[in-house]
Design a protein. Structure first.
Length: 366
């Protein structure tokens, strides 16, 4: 079955110089895929010409006259740039012309526009950003939220746990993914009141056999693979992710510097070349690029804004695999089954302007 993915080619730090090569490379490896390239038509055609791919039959160019920049305020992205490549690419999913959308654009804008165009699933108050990190068991650890919601109540974290569990189950084929609640300790008495209240909700689900709640986990458990899914609010998740990215770059710099320090260390690097290559492949951050925006009525995947072509191709791959494995259908069905019928929420549902909602959440100035 052919699966179509829409790509916001203008988004991110590099735009078409990265998105086009990534798209072409992806098509070479996936014969059952078609891509809709959204952006300034002249610019896209010029980039395709550089790669001698103007006549690629599985590519469609869809013109969008505007671009959401990385520093555009939400009001600009949502209200003024109605023909942006980001919005047009998301609209392809809403209209059923694409099974998923990929963008490396402004994260806040992507979430706001996605919420406005696609709306949220029934029972979901706020979408969450979910990505994967490597662990020592050679499998992925799903982590959410990674920055969409910096202030959360217990029922929000509860919803994140349900959505992360569903995505992990559908993508990895794990019958009952284990869920860990990120905390400052594993003991029940640890953590703030929000985390403690969330733990009680998850314990109740575990007792009813609805979710597989492992319990509290600490930051190092992410890489141990202690739980399949790790849940936290967007503030903690984003800080954790950025710290991990910084540490990875630091370690790469240290290793490179030390192995080049003198002829003896250079000889050591030569001897360890095969092992170092395998380590580099295993920990290559490009392989883990591509985060799903969960809780929307359509699949949207976020690439890192500074991603190079290899990393962006992985984001396309994640979107394709999610569509191929019917993740959206699994999410809809299992969220309806697992989500509590009545949530203790005092905020309006996502039928309203997400910019106004973000103001109420303290994320935008009045």
């Amino acid at each position: 079955m052919t699966i179509k993915i829409s790509i916001d080619c203008m988004g991110g730090d590099h735009g078409p110089s990265v998105t086009i090569p990534a798209a072409l490379s992806f098509l070479k490896h996936e014969p059952n895929a078609e891509l809709i390239l959204v952006g300034l038509e002249d610019v896209l055609r010029a980039e395709l010409k550089k790669h001698h791919a103007e006549a690629e039959p599985r590519l469609t160019i869809l013109h969008a006259s505007e671009q959401v920049t990385m520093d555009d305020p939400l009001e600009v992205a949502l209200r003024r740039k109605k023909d942006s490549s980001m919005r047009v690419a998301i609209e392809q999913v809403k209209e059923g012309k694409a099974s998923a959308c990929v963008s490396a654009g402004n994260t806040a804008a992507l979430m706001a526009v996605s919420r406005y165009v696609l709306k949220t699933m029934p029972g979901v108050d706020r979408p969450a950003i979910c990505s994967i990190l490597p662990n020592q068991k050679d499998g992925p650890t799903y982590v959410l939220d990674l920055g969409a919601n910096v202030d959360c109540e217990p029922h929000h974290l509860h919803q994140f746990a349900i959505m992360g569990s569903v995505l992990c189950q559908a993508s990895e084929g794990i019958e009952r993914p284990s869920i860990g609640l990120l905390n400052v300790g594993t003991e029940d008495i640890k953590g703030n009141e929000v985390v403690k209240a969330t733990a009680e909700l998850l314990k109740a689900d575990h007792a009813r056999g609805k979710l597989n709640f492992h319990g509290n986990v600490e930051g190092n458990d992410i890489f141990k693979g202690t739980a399949d899914v790790v849940v936290c609010d967007g503030f903690v998740g984003n800080v954790t992710l950025k710290a991990i990215e910084g540490l990875a770059r630091f370690m790469k710099t240290v290793l490179t510097t030390e192995f080049k320090r003198n002829p003896i260390t250079m000889l050591g690097a030569l001897i360890a070349r095969t092992a170092l290559k395998h380590i580099g492949q295993r920990l290559n951050p490009a392989r883990y690029n591509g985060a799903g925006l969960l809780g929307l009525r359509g699949l949207v995947f976020k690439s890192h804004g500074g991603a190079e072509a290899e990393a962006y191709e992985w984001a396309i791959r994640r979107a394709y695999d999610a569509a191929k494995n019917d993740v959206q259908e699994h999410l809809s069905a299992l969220i309806a089954e697992l989500m509590p019928q009545e949530e203790p929420t005092t905020e309006p549902r996502d039928t309203h302007d997400p910019v106004q909602q973000d103001r109420r959440h303290g994320q935008l100035p009045a």
